[in-house]
Design a protein around this ligand. Structure first.
Ligand code: ADP
Length: 261
């Protein structure tokens, strides 16, 4: 029946014997689809009213000098909170579309040099000159994948590096070969992460320090988006970090995605 989803598991035991376990996971799958649809619908429905509120706030902000100085701080807060809400909604919509597309639709041969230079430019713009951002392009290879998805995953890592590194720090972006694999990594001299948080970083809304993360303009969904994108590319995320010293986030691409230029 098309409504039934079965999960098969083969467990070897004794010599030459196998145990076949068949589980009906239809109910679990149905709940999961309902959860995804619900999040996507709510996010979509919230977008319109938020655009209207944001639009009117913009109009008022254009009426220079007409807002009383007593009200101005509340008004600024309303604007920054609408911007934050808009970011969360956009990230939730991105996540649900990533979850729904299990296979890559826009796969191409990606020229890495322009992509990495774009990334460098964006990271420098975000840093506003507070950090020294450097690109080390050691490998001369390209990748097969989705340009938009990979740019999004990589810029999530560079923007985190900028946001979690105090002024005067260094951010180094690497593109390197290691055996047959190619590795993209972002190393920072920022605040670092305690080891107990590392396994949970890619969970939705998981933050080491929610107050700080909110102040830096994060939504708590960035690394969750990265995880889904990497899954599409059979790539893995590696995190090495030392509190107070800095972090290194790496994306390891499998040999079959590597295109020798
Ligand atoms: P956020 O939008 O909160 O930054 P992310 O999903 O991108 O959400 O990251 C999850 C959490 O991981 C962050 O809230 C932060 O605590 C931690 N984190 C991510 N990148 C770094 C980094 N480069 N240095 C220190 N902490 C980081």
């Amino acid at each position: 029946s098309p409504d039934v989803t079965l999960e098969l598991q083969i467990i070897p035991f004794a010599s030459k014997q196998r145990l076949l376990i068949c589980r009906d996971i239809s109910a679990i799958e149905k709940t999961e689809i309902m959860r995804r649809d619900f999040i996507a619908n709510v996010s979509h429905e919230l977008r319109t009213p938020l655009t209207v509120v944001g639009g009117f706030l913009e109009t008022i902000s254009d009426m220079q000098g007409e807002v009383s100085p007593d009200i101005q701080p509340y008004f600024d807060m309303m604007q920054s909170q609408t911007t934050r809400m808009r970011r969360i909604i956009e990230d939730l919509l991105t996540l649900s579309s990533l979850e729904n597309n299990v296979v890559l639709k826009d796969e191409t041969d990606i020229a890495m040099e322009p992509l990495l230079n774009q990334l460098l430019k964006d990271a420098r713009a975000l840093s506003l000159g507070d950090h020294t951002v450097t690109l080390h392009m050691d490998a001369k290879v390209n990748i097969r994948g989705s340009y938009n998805e990979l740019l999004s995953a990589m810029s999530n890592l560079t923007s985190n590096a900028v946001r979690y590194t105090p002024a005067n720090g260094n951010i180094d972006i690497f593109w390197q070969m290691q055996d047959e694999q190619v590795i993209f990594s972002v190393q920072d001299t920022g605040i670092g992460i305690e080891p107990q948080h590392l396994p949970r970083l890619t969970e939705r809304f998981y933050r080491v320090d929610s107050g700080r993360s909110r102040d830096t303009g994060g939504t708590g969904l960035g690394l969750s988006i990265v995880k889904h994108i990497l899954h599409h590319h059979q790539a893995i995320l590696k995190v090495e970090s030392e509190p107070g010293k800095g972090s290194r986030f790496s994306i390891v691409f499998p040999a079959q995605r590597v295109l020798v230029a």
